[in-house]
Design a binder for this molecule. Structure first.
Ligand code: ZN
Length: 348
């Protein structure tokens, strides 16, 4: 038996016991002390092993989280792209220590007083605690291979990346900032669609974002690239997801407006198996490129450079306020470093 098989078998055992730990506690009294001790050890190991391993959604291989993170959450067995959270995504795209977040403290309110199994307010607090984020999107500016960009990254782990008024407003403000500063804009989409707890308020975000994109792309002739990841659906696909000058997807990304069942019931016919996956959409002309995650940063910066070199989208000199500030910041940082160096040298 290989070491990997041994780990897999152990993990399966822990999983099956882990599920029943609560019930086990009740029955422990009836067990022989030795058996009780053995189960306690396994329960402890289960607790400790949580967060160390992840199962690939495609080939079901057990993946050691440390190596998986180093591999940008791509399965080393089958190459499947597992979901990434927004912070990991920013780290993978933005040069270290150049990220400046904007509107971080904007949070949603339960305007409609909406509740199902739990109230919308409770649900928001739960996801804020779980993810450490205030909302389902992170926006900001930073350098990508030394090119200044405006970046928005949606987080599926926060209420399925659903688009409520705050998500819409943060993206709108990001686009307005990119327009004002003549920055190339990239939005990484990952969403279940509009947030039903906010009713029409979430639906109107689609129109709001589309209109500021029109100002960014058409009136100011600036670049917008949308990156679609697993899964991009509903109102996000129907607005800024599909409005990119370039629309890029990750391999096997699920991209849809309505779900499969809804379409089949409406059309009264069966749709193909791989329908709504990036490769199928690419073959039918809905996407411009499919780029594996490891090449994404390099490809994006190369594409932006192409646009800068042939600026048919740009009819005015860039107005890099924020970028200048960033430059000043890094220059001062460097001068501090070089001061230290000279100081060290003089001490030597
Ligand atoms: Zn796999």
């Amino acid at each position: 038996m290989s070491l990997k098989d041994w780990f897999e078998q152990k993990q399966k055992l822990y999983d099956s016991i882990g599920d029943n730990v609560e019930e086990l506690k009740v029955d422990l009294e009836d067990l022989h002390p030795k058996e009780r001790q053995r189960l306690a050890v396994i329960a402890e190991l289960t607790r400790r092993s949580q967060g160390l391993w992840e199962r690939c959604d495609n080939c079901e291989s057990m993946l050691y989280v440390k190596f998986l993170k180093q591999n940008l959450s791509v399965c080393e067995e089958c190459g499947y792209h597992l979901q990434m959270n927004s912070t990991e995504r920013i780290e993978s795209l933005i040069d270290p220590e150049t990220w400046i977040p904007i509107d971080e403290d904007m949070i949603s309110e339960d305007i409609l007083n909406f509740g199902d199994e739990e109230s919308y307010e409770e649900r928001l607090i739960k996801y804020q605690k779980q993810t450490g984020l205030a909302e389902a999107v992170q926006t900001g500016v930073g350098f990508m291979n030394e090119i200044p960009i405006a970046l928005g990254v949606m987080d599926f782990k926060f209420m399925g990346g659903s688009m409520g008024s705050v998500v819409g407003e943060k993206i709108t403000r990001l686009i307005e900032l990119a327009t004002q500063e003549s920055l190339p804009l990239i939005i990484v989409c990952s969403s279940g669609g509009a947030r039903m707890q906010e009713g029409t308020l979430s639906l109107m975000q689609m129109a709001k974002i589309s209109s500021v994109l029109q100002i960014h792309q058409i009136q100011n002739r600036l670049l917008y690239i949308s990156v679609l990841t697993y899964p991009t659906t509903g109102g996000v696909t129907a607005s800024f997801g599909m409005l990119g000058d370039l629309i890029i997807a990750e391999p096997r990304a699920y991209i849809a407006f309505a779900g499969r069942r809804v379409i089949e019931q409406t059309l009264h016919e069966e749709i193909p198996e791989d329908f709504q996956f990036a490769e199928f959409l690419f073959d039918h002309g809905l996407l411009d490129l499919i780029i594996p995650r490891k090449l994404l940063k390099g490809a994006l910066s190369e594409l932006i450079q192409l646009y800068i070199a042939a600026p048919y989208k740009l009819n005015q000199p860039p107005n890099f306020h924020i970028v200048n500030q960033l430059h000043e910041y890094y220059e001062s940082d460097k001068s501090i470093d070089s001061d230290n160096d000279t100081m060290n040298q003089s001490f030597d």
